[in-house]
Design a protein around this ligand. Structure first.
Ligand code: TSX
Ligand code: MN
Length: 606
């Protein structure tokens, strides 16, 4: 489709202005068809950027290797450009929007020379759902087009909903590498150097401008940029919630169904939880979403959630038939792999895939790699942030209602993190405001992968939204408090804090996690039905002894330990929140949260 056929005059003008600025050789409006997807993949193969994988083992799959400088989201190059710095808050990078637009306009000038400009109309959420939103991404990357096909709903059906004047979030993306006449990428992943990369959000005008990176969240603008950073601002203004949460469906042995969402910082196994295979007989867990939840109130006063995405953009290393069999089955076909290792028979391999590397590999840098288990220093074959992009509909346990435009009614919110000490296995908030307090203090142990902070320390990541909130985090807390104040609390989801990561004195994990987490989900399920399975404590409602069935290998003493109040540990936790965490939000910290902190401290006893 070409621009002339567009009915939407505003959209047409916006594209024409972009063409004049970026100077592509040609322009294509994407239709979302399989033929278009296949053509994008073929283009990247011809440009030496993609390798087709073994059609017997991985039909319809390809492998990309990115530039070594372009392997993850770049938080220090991610900007919230609001008129006032105060509106971006202390946890976001702020720049003056006019200044940023000036800088980026010069970068965009001629940036698509020698390339095709693709215009991607996409819907976040089922097309036409009241909860869904439309975006249009302009990009010069066929890799982005192919990934957007999987991660969002693309094409003509979206333009139909837009009509001649409908609202869309405009998104600019350029890899920032114009091509000389007649030149191709020739196997070199196109991107700009780090100091030229910009992932910019204009929350007041609801625009996204991305430049210089072709990778994941920097380039697939529907995901973190639109569905979280911009949507969080829309949600604040319109009274709903745009959250970094998985959505799962649980069915108990009696056939009763509940839906639960959960927010966890990175490296806590969110995708694994979203596709959990329960160990408890008779219980069923199905997937609605693994990363983002958009929630609006229904006429019945309940919160209804949709998954705004249509695919999974998951971390490959660590994914195996034990940790997440459903993910492994999802990614057997029609999947884009990025930065994993390649085997001699064109299969994929990554660290902790469940078996040793079969012979000689090509690592994520394109070099030959032979596994040496005696060498502890050996660099990984797959990049630790290597990814699969796969259609959600291929997940064997995708819930049948995952695309219901009305969304699913949420019974519980989970918050969690990797906490080796103090934080119990599960703890129910006493009230909405206590639950908001729990969300506000979410933190996770820093694993070796993060270079910026010392391993072993706790990094606070309130609501797992720290990198994804498009405005001041103190105002975000206030928004959550207001949701509670303006709705019938009995119809709001119950709030829980979970911790699969308690360690004993020897540094060994006490709780087996994974499928055994279904025991905790069952307790939460019953709690939502008002079961008499809890004891009130200073920190919240904890499981009664024996209310959570004990997995094999966990001693009675250990079970008791992870289900009780560590008063001394909690006093330290409270002190850390008071001295190091809450002061970050200055006078934007809601008084209700300061009061909640005081109340818990008082209940713990001085
Ligand atoms: O995803 C995880 N989950 C959630 C699963 C539904 N992981 C992996 C985190 C990195 C992405 C976990 N790791 C979980 C967990 O519940 N728990 C642990 C910690 C753990 C690791 C190994 C063992 C036990 C716990 N091994 C044995 O018990 C033998
Ligand atoms: Mn995420």
């Amino acid at each position: 489709m070409n621009i002339g056929e567009l009915k939407h005059t505003g959209l047409k003008q916006w594209i024409e202005d972009a063409v004049a600025l970026m100077g592509p050789d040609s322009v294509e409006v994407c239709d979302g068809s399989q033929a278009e997807y296949d053509r994008m993949i073929q283009l990247t193969i011809d440009a030496g950027l993609a390798t087709p994988l073994n059609p017997q083992k991985l039909p319809g799959c390809v492998l990309f290797r990115s530039d070594p400088s372009d392997v993850a989201r770049v938080e220090n190059r991610t900007y919230i450009a609001s008129e006032k710095q105060e509106d971006a808050g202390p946890t976001n990078n702020w720049v003056d929007p006019a200044e940023l637009k000036k800088t980026m306009t010069e970068l965009y000038r001629g940036s698509m020379k020698g390339r095709t400009m693709y215009v991607i109309p996409f819907s976040m959420g089922p097309v036409g759902s009241d909860i869904a939103k439309i975006g249009v991404e302009i990009t010069d990357s066929p890799y982005v087009v192919a990934n957007m096909h999987i991660m969002t709903r693309v094409g003509a059906k979206v333009l139909d909903v837009l009509g001649s004047g409908g609202y869309y979030v405009p998104c600019f993306h350029s890899v920032g590498k114009p091509l000389e006449p007649g030149k191709q990428d020739g196997g070199t992943w196109p991107c700009a150097p780090l100091d030229k990369k910009y992932i910019s959000h204009f929350p007041e005008t609801r625009e996204i401008w991305s430049y210089g990176s072709g990778y994941g969240g920097n380039a697939l603008l529907g995901k973190k940029c639109l569905a979280l950073r911009i949507a969080s601002v829309l949600a604040r203004d319109e009274g709903w919630l745009a959250e970094h949460m998985l959505i799962l469906k649980i069915t108990n042995p009696q056939g009763e169904v509940k839906y639960i969402t959960g927010a966890f910082p990175s490296a806590c196994g969110k995708t694994n939880l979203a596709m959990l295979v329960p160990k408890l007989p008779g219980w069923k867990v199905e997937t609605v979403g693994d990363d983002i939840a958009w929630m609006k109130f229904g006429a019945d006063g309940r919160l209804y959630a949709i998954n705004p995405e249509a695919g999974f953009f998951g971390v490959a290393p660590g994914t195996n038939m034990e940790s997440n069999p459903n993910a492994m089955l999802t990614i057997k076909k029609n999947t884009i792999y990025t930065n994993v290792a390649l085997t001699e028979d064109k299969d994929v391999w990554w660290e902790m895939i469940g078996s040793d590397a079969p012979g000689k590999l090509i690592d994520w840098n394109g070099n030959e790699w032979v596994q040496d288990k005696n060498n502890k220093e050996q660099k990984p074959a797959a990049h630790p942030n290597s990814r699969f992009t796969a259609p959600a509909k291929q997940c064997p346990v995708i819930a049948q209602e995952w695309e219901d435009p009305r969304g699913v009614p949420i019974s519980a919110f989970l918050f969690g993190g990797r906490r080796p000490k103090t934080i119990p296995l599960v703890n129910q908030a006493k009230s909405w405001i206590h639950g908001v307090f729990m969300g506000s203090i979410v933190g996770s142990e820093v694993t070796a992968a993060a270079l910026d902070l010392k391993a072993g320390t706790i990094r606070r990541d309130p609501f797992a939204m720290l990198p994804f909130c498009g405005y001041h985090m103190g105002d975000y807390f206030k928004h959550w408090i207001k949701i509670g104040q303006s709705h019938d609390e009995s119809r709001l989801p119950k709030i829980f804090f979970v911790n699969w990561f308690r360690k004993n004195e020897a540094g060994k994990f006490i709780w087996p996690g994974y499928g055994d987490n279904s025991r905790v989900l069952a307790w939460i399920f019953d709690r939502c039905n008002g079961a008499d399975n809890y004891v009130e404590t200073a920190i919240g409602n904890l499981p009664k002894p024996d209310a959570i069935s004990r997995p094999g290998g966990v001693s009675e003493a250990d079970m008791k330990e992870i289900c009780s109040v560590d008063t001394e540990g909690w006093k330290k936790e409270i002190a850390d929140v008071r001295e190091n965490h809450y002061p970050k939000f200055g006078d934007k910290l809601p008084g209700e949260l300061a009061a909640e902190l005081d109340a818990i401290e008082k209940r713990l006893g001085v």
